[in-house]
Design a protein. Structure first.
Length: 368
């Protein structure tokens, strides 16, 4: 089964197109087969950000492909990942769902066509989610979204039009992954298998090993709303202390949610949440009140150069380092990756600051 997805050019995006009428007229004129699904999304310029566009796109895709498909429940759980460029995440989520024996549909599974193999065979669209499966999402038991701020219109549509419950769970770190697995267990009645409990124990053990190096470290972070919330939550579990939290595309709802999480943690009391500010503002904050490290995407390398503050590359885009996008950041396994990137950035900086023979190398230790 094939589909056509309609998008407009720059000029049309600015001035606006009646895409519904355009597609109907094209079908009536025979330019497009009437049976061919043509999802579309209004993504006007100067409105929101890429997260807004993702939400519009997902709602447009689901509303078109599920039209007239309502039937009996298929017992599945839908997973909507949100705007997530880490190709290992969908694979990790599928692995956890398979271990629990949960029948599921990953809506818009990007893991293969964002990470296609070089095997000598040309395949323009490897992997993905079959259209038949997307069309059947209307009959699922529930939809679980892994991001809040990239799915508001989609979740509203699912709840009101499909009459299907939705939940938002961000499976980052121990707490977030615990909540994700318990939510799935509650929805399906499936138990959490011992294998996942063992993985949880390994993450806790690793966090214990590194806790002394991360605890008390002050950090700053910028990026998309859900990523900021999730990574900050994990760093709070490690006893790190956020100081500057900046989200250019965050809104008041995001600010309130962040401040509630910070207030609930003894390590979050010194943080300030900034919304609709840019990296020039972030740069000023780093100079005014320096931190031990900051978290962000590749654009942060200019701040690293100017401020000399260590940088942990987490987010989107990551232009200046290879293969970081291939790893998982979700689940207990993803927590190990986050921990690896953070603690080893801290240890690298310690080595750089203690590598002068006879002057600073009293702390140039072989074992950390």
């Amino acid at each position: 089964m094939h589909l056509k997805y309609h998008k407009s050019t720059l000029t049309n995006k600015i001035f606006g197109d009646d895409l519904g009428a355009f597609i109907t007229n094209a079908k009536n004129a025979g330019a497009i087969p009437k049976e061919l699904p043509v999802p579309f999304a209004h993504t006007p310029s100067f409105v929101g950000s890429h997260t807004t566009g993702y939400d519009n796109m997902m709602k447009g895709l689901l509303s078109t492909l599920t039209e007239g498909k309502k039937g009996k429940s298929n017992g599945k759980i839908n997973i909507i990942s949100g705007f997530d460029t880490y190709v290992g995440n969908n694979r990790e989520v599928k692995r956890m769902l398979d271990l629990m024996g949960i029948d599921h549909t990953i809506v818009s599974d990007t893991s293969d066509y964002f990470d296609a193999p070089n095997n000598g065979e040309y395949n323009m669209y490897p992997g993905g989610t079959p259209m038949e499966d997307v069309a059947d999402t209307i009959n699922a038991k529930a939809t679980v979204c892994l991001q809040r701020y990239t799915t508001p219109k989609t979740r509203e549509y699912i709840e009101k039009t499909w009459k299907q419950p939705t939940k938002v769970v961000r499976p980052f770190g121990v707490k977030g992954t615990d909540e994700f697995l318990m939510t799935l267990s509650e929805l399906t009645g499936k138990p959490i298998p011992e294998e996942l409990e063992i993985e949880r124990g390994r993450l806790v053990d690793a966090m214990t090993d590194s806790y002394a190096w991360v605890h008390g470290k002050k950090f700053a972070i910028y990026g998309d709303p859900d990523l900021i919330y999730s990574v900050t939550s994990f760093l709070l579990e490690m006893g790190a202390e956020p100081v500057h939290i900046l989200c250019n595309n965050g809104d008041e709802q995001f600010k309130v949610e962040m401040e509630e999480m910070l207030k609930a943690s003894p390590f979050g009391q010194g943080a300030t949440v900034w919304i609709q500010k840019d990296l020039w503002h972030f740069r000023s904050l780093l100079f005014t009140e320096p931190v031990d490290f900051f978290v962000g995407n590749s654009y942060g390398k200019y701040l690293w150069r100017d401020t000399k503050i260590p940088m942990v590359r987490i987010g989107y885009p990551l232009f200046d380092r290879h293969h970081l996008h291939r790893y998982a950041t979700l689940g207990y396994q993803g927590g190990l990756n986050l921990l690896n990137w953070v603690v080893n950035t801290i240890l690298d900086e310690m080595d750089r600051n203690s590598n002068i023979t006879g002057e600073t190398d009293i702390s140039f230790d072989l074992v950390r």
